[in-house]
Design a protein around this ligand. Structure first.
Ligand SMILES: Cc1cc2nc3c(=O)[nH]c(=O)nc-3n(C[C@H](O)[C@H](O)[C@H](O)COP(=O)(O)OP(=O)(O)OC[C@H]3O[C@@H](n4cnc5c(N)ncnc54)[C@H](O)[C@@H]3O)c2cc1C
Length: 381
């Protein structure tokens, strides 16, 4: 099937939540309008509602999770960013995983957070060692062979306990269920600005007159009356989920596969630079499977039951924008969450709550400001 597995794992209530309020605006004058029903928008709407920032309406052009969120792997692995990202990013990512755990506790029925171990494999332990983090436990090849029987080559490993994963659509559905007003199938098409405020938002289902607006549209929105100049691109990725297998992996085994429910394996997360077609490419799926078989020969012939691709929204430095639209007093944007938007959604939401409620940028705001793009920035007109 050329679709993500996530929808098939949901129950009827969760599925219904993803298409809630189809085509109708329940609250045309909300205190706060959130545009975009991916994880950033839904987490922000839920946090604003929870913080008591007045009436909150969320609109989404398609169904909840129609963008990158519905195709993500759903892995929440802050510690591995020690190897690739600056320390402030890793600290925020850690804080965000903690907030996922709080959401799991505080949301009715939880948000579907699964506690998992992450094991990175390397034929050469020296390849990972220079970036040692206190969270990492180093595993000798003999021990790795016991944890993951059948590896084609002896591998050393780096083990990190208590990382996370979610079915991104389940998390969306559970968070959305806490919201009083959601309209799917409603796209924002334009805004009217008066003075330094957005006074109305035109949509495919009529006009909304919000007190404040957050655009959480994956990429910066393209709307009549709003001229946002922030550079962006999209990076396509392919993923697959295999048929069930008796092999049990100890959590997320990078770069091999992640153990899912009922014995299926989630594999991939390619970076298909320059491929702008929304089509699933058979040759990429075959190459993902070939990599799996080469690492674990016993899996040779295991079929992919689900194959899909989606696009990561990205700004040039790979970091998100979380910013007020500078010449507007009542409009914010969060975009470009690239490969960690699921992980970072709770801290993004909390940063926006603090900014909107206090009218002051939070301490971490400069790192996510659009002003970092020289000569271009987040102005509304
Ligand atoms: C292959 C792949 C694997 C990934 N794996 C992971 C992972 O393991 N962990 C992780 O943390 N991240 C992962 N990501 C990244 C993650 O998917 C994104 O960073 C995240 O989903 C971005 O969320 P978002 O809410 O900002 O954007 P989106 O999910 O794209 O949501 C934006 C929404 O806004 C809606 N919208 C746009 N314009 C309008 C409009 N005018 N009116 C109304 N609605 C509008 C869209 O329909 C869309 O639903 C992965 C991404 C890919 C492609």
């Amino acid at each position: 099937m050329e679709t993500a597995i996530w929808l098939d794992q949901l129950n009827a209530t969760e599925r219904a939540e993803l298409v809630r309020g189809a085509g109708a605006i329940p609250e045309p004058r909300p205190d706060l309008l959130i545009v975009g029903g991916g994880i950033a928008g839904v987490a922000t709407a839920a946090a604003c509602h929870q913080a008591g920032l007045g009436s909150v309406l969320l609109i989404e052009a398609g169904h909840l999770g129609a963008g990158a969120t519905g195709g993500a792997a759903g892995l929440l692995t802050p510690e591995i960013h020690e190897w690739s990202d600056p320390e402030p990013f890793v600290d925020l990512a850690r804080a965000s995983l903690d907030q996922w755990a709080e959401l799991e506790e505080s949301s009715p029925g939880g948000v579907g957070l699964v506690d998992v171990d992450w094991i990175g494999l390397s034929p050469d332990p020296g390849a990972l060692a220079p970036h040692q983090s206190p969270a990492v436990e180093w595993l000798e090849p003999d021990y790795v062979a016991k944890l993951i029987p059948g590896l084609a080559l002896p591998m050393a490993g780096a083990l990190i306990h208590h990382q996370g994963r979610v079915n991104p659509l389940r998390s969306l559905a559970r968070l959305s269920a806490t919201l009083p007003a959601v309209a799917t199938g409603v796209a924002a098409t334009g805004v009217t600005v008066r003075g330094d405020r957005i006074v109305s938002v035109d949509t495919t289902a009529g006009q909304i007159q919000p007190g404040a607006v957050v655009f959480a549209t994956g990429l910066p929105p393209v709307l009549d009356g709003l001229d946002i100049e922030v550079p962006w691109e999209q990076v396509k990725g392919h993923l697959l989920v295999t048929e069930p297998t008796p092999l049990r992996l100890p959590g997320i085994v990078a770069p091999v596969a992640t153990q899912l429910e009922d014995g299926r394996l989630l594999v991939g997360g390619t970076f298909d630079m320059g491929d702008e077609s929304p089509v699933v490419r058979r040759e990429i799926i075959d190459s993902i499977l070939a990599g799996l078989y080469a690492t674990l020969p016993q899996l040779h012939g295991l079929r992919a039951d689900y194959t899909w691709c989606c696009f990561r929204p990205r700004h040039p430095d790979g970091l998100p924008v979380i910013d007020r639209i500078h010449d507007l007093g009542n409009a914010w944007l969060t975009s470009g969450h690239y490969r960690t938007g699921i992980l970072l959604a709770p801290v993004t939401a909390q940063a926006l709550v603090r900014w909107i409620s206090s009218d002051q940028p939070p301490a971490e705001a400069p790192a996510w400001s659009s002003e970092r793009f020289a000569g271009r920035g987040l102005t509304g007109r």
